[in-house]
Design a protein around this ligand. Sequence first.
Ligand code: ATP
Length: 220
Amino acid sequence: MHVIYGGTFDPVHNGHLRLAVELRERLQVPALSLVPCHIPPHRASPGATSADRLALLQLAVDGEPGLRIDDQELTRDGASYTAITLRQLRAELGPDEPLVMVVGTDAFAGFDRWQDWQQIPQLAHLLVIARPGVELDPDSAPARLLAERHCADLSALHQAPAGRCHFLELPLLEISATGVRERIADGRSPRYLIPDAVWQAIRQRGLYRYCGDRQSSGHV
Ligand code: ATP
């Protein structure tokens, strides 16, 4: 089984990392791939360059063999559509290997605006993670897709290459990249929300800085 967890990771935080570790264990796979997107087609441009976000991710997973980085969306020109990534992976894995795409309900709510979204279930399973405060509209196309393809048992994802959806409610860390960026911009510390090595690199690279009149406290 191959599992991908995509995102902007702007920057990667402990909420992402904790979820990835938890999923790797629950799915009983040796490793899970984090897939940073290059130019997110469905959201505002990120606050750091692709190279910066990738460097921060590398620091975050350093020493954790269960988490890998798949940088194919960063090395591809143009918008990073998930369908293209999944087609590429399917070609590499062959037709029989289960392929799982992890997505939070916040991102999944707009799934029907993704490029070639109707083809995605033919390429991969969808593992939809409940994000607190984000309810799917039951009449929406993503909610209907989830209901039609829903399998109650997570282990069923091992028994087919693609096409199933599983909805998972887990205790998640209440951290968002937006909150991390805001703290840094305000001169407050994001410590314990992101790995120390990531915070150190953010400071060294001068990322997410607020360039107005508020002063950084200087604390880590
Ligand atoms: P932003 O605040 O900039 O929107 P984010 O923190 O939501 O960023 P993304 O990179 O946009 O992070 O998210 C990538 C994926 O990680 C999405 O599927 C999202 O639902 C999920 N995710 C984000 N934060 C958490 C968290 N604290 N716990 C679990 N999953 C999360």
